[in-house]
Design a protein around this ligand. Structure first.
Ligand SMILES: *Cc1c(COP(=O)(O)O)cnc(C)c1O
Length: 460
């Protein structure tokens, strides 16, 4: 089938593009041997909450193009922000100089951050935002005369990105085994997890905080920071934190003089029904990382935001060499900052965060029906972040073996039914664009249900 691109006069066939794709590209998190034997999807354009492939098929963007998209695709306000900026300049550096969009965006970001976060440091991916937070934390303690404080506490199964520093503070075994020799060690404590636990939520919170306190009491002189995905641990399977833990963790970090890094790359910008997940418990971290939704899913911009206490520790005379030694070629990219600013303005005019909070009640109600499916073990949700864990046996909570690929098969079925999803093991992730309407959510949830039913309840 021939298609005409909407943006140029080129025409290309699926066969042509498929062949070139297989010849020249190496895809992320993809076993290429298998991919080569498949008929991969090639997206040509997006509009609203839908993506269209080169053959003209439409799909709901059921995971917001991997947790990024906010208002949808081809949003006029965002498109215009980029083309307007393009008439001025596409890029100039932030090393020792400034540009207008990066200044205006920083002002806006500080306006909406949890109170007390004051300075924005730009980068271009969640992983780099985390690298920056790690380096800031370690250098901060050096400036404070505490060189011994350079270790990190993280949560089991945490995910903070794929660069070496970010993997070091992550805790997903598969990645750790492979790159073990390159990683710096971090101390791992369990994330408060309620599924498959016999304890009540309050008991889990208490027990986990107690463990944290014991560790801090013994080792805080060596600990630079605790890093945590606040309220929802994403890549481990959309694990929702029980109430009270984050607040307790903040108190312990303050008490034991250890920094708290909140990695809001997934949860930030309205995803959980608050602008930032930390707001659910009135917490201000010392460092906050964000990315994904910052540009509405348009361009790669990420931020590490610090308190004045941290920022001020880096001030000094030139000879003292207290400068923060970090930067990237595209730090503070004007096109990215311009679209991020337009994105945040659109949040306000559409009252989007409140809309997400309201519509997530609708999602929660619809999801209750899913327990009719006998292989649905656990449904976890905070705002527009949903994880449905499929199990072999609901009574015993026995998981499917990873070799059964139940998550992958379910998402494949969803694609046939018209929605793009990507699983986390046996957990089906549903993360619709934040501006999805009730009607759109309704259709997406219908596909989700059908895909799970077809895959887990078919004969044989
Ligand atoms: C996605 C994610 C990252 C990594 O962000 P990239 O932009 O993919 O580098 C880091 N932390 C969390 C919590 C994430 O969900």
């Amino acid at each position: 089938m021939k298609t005409t691109s909407t943006h140029s006069s080129l025409t290309y066939t699926y066969e042509e593009m498929s062949k070139k794709n297989k010849e020249y590209l190496w895809h992320p998190f993809t076993q290429m041997k298998e991919y080569m034997e498949d008929n991969p999807l090639i997206i040509e354009r997006g509009e609203g909450r839908k993506l269209y492939d080169i053959q003209g098929n439409a799909y709901w963007d059921g995971v917001s193009s991997i947790w990024l998209n906010v208002h949808g695709h081809q949003v006029k306000e965002l498109d215009n922000a980029i083309t307007d900026q393009l008439e001025k300049i596409a890029h100039s550096t932030l090393l020792g100089m400034a540009n207008i969009p990066s200044i205006l965006l920083a002002e806006k970001v500080i306006e909406i951050m949890p109170k007390g976060l004051k300075k924005v440091f730009y980068s271009d991916a969640g992983a780099t935002a985390v690298e920056i937070a790690i380096k800031m934390a370690v250098q901060y303690w050096q400036h404070k005369g505490k060189k011994g404080k350079h270790k990190f506490i993280t949560m089991k199964e945490a995910y903070h990105g794929d660069t070496i520093g970010a993997v070091s503070v992550g805790a997903i075994d598969l990645y750790h085994e492979t790159f073990h020799a390159l990683l710096f060690p971090s101390i791992k404590l369990p994330y408060p997890y309620t599924y498959r636990s016999l304890h009540k939520q309050e008991e889990i919170v208490k027990k986990n905080l107690k463990e944290m306190e014991q560790l801090l009491r013994e080792q805080s002189h060596e600990i630079a920071a605790v890093i945590v995905e606040p309220i929802v641990q994403g890549a481990s399977g959309i694990i929702v934190m029980p109430e009270g833990y984050l607040k307790g963790l903040r108190e312990l970090c303050t008490q034991y003089n250890v920094l708290l890094i909140a990695d809001e790359v997934a949860t930030g910008f309205g995803r959980t029904g608050k602008m930032f997940a930390c707001e659910h418990e009135g917490v201000t971290p010392d460092l906050l990382t964000a990315g994904k939704g910052l540009t509405g899913g348009y361009l790669p911009v990420a931020i590490t935001v610090a308190t004045d206490e941290i920022y001020n520790a880096f001030l000094g005379d030139y000879e003292e060499q207290k400068t923060f030694f970090h930067g990237h070629s595209y730090t503070g990219n004007p096109l990215g900052c311009a679209v991020a600013l337009a994105n945040l303005e659109l949040f306000e005019t559409t009252n989007l965060v409140q809309e997400v909070a309201d519509k997530s009640v609708y999602i929660a109600n619809r999801l209750q029906d899913f327990y009719r499916l006998k292989h649905v073990g656990d449904i976890r949700q905070k705002g527009f972040m949903v994880g449905i864990e499929l199990v072999k046996d609901r009574e015993t909570e026995e998981p499917y073996s990873w070799t059964e690929r139940i998550g992958g098969l379910t998402c494949r079925r969803a694609r046939e039914l018209g929605m793009l999803l990507r699983p986390l093991g046996n957990v089906i992730v549903f993360m619709p664009p934040l501006a999805s309407t009730i009607e759109e959510l309704n259709e997406m949830i219908n596909v989700l249900y059908e895909a799970i039913a077809d895959t887990t309840e078919r004969e044989g």
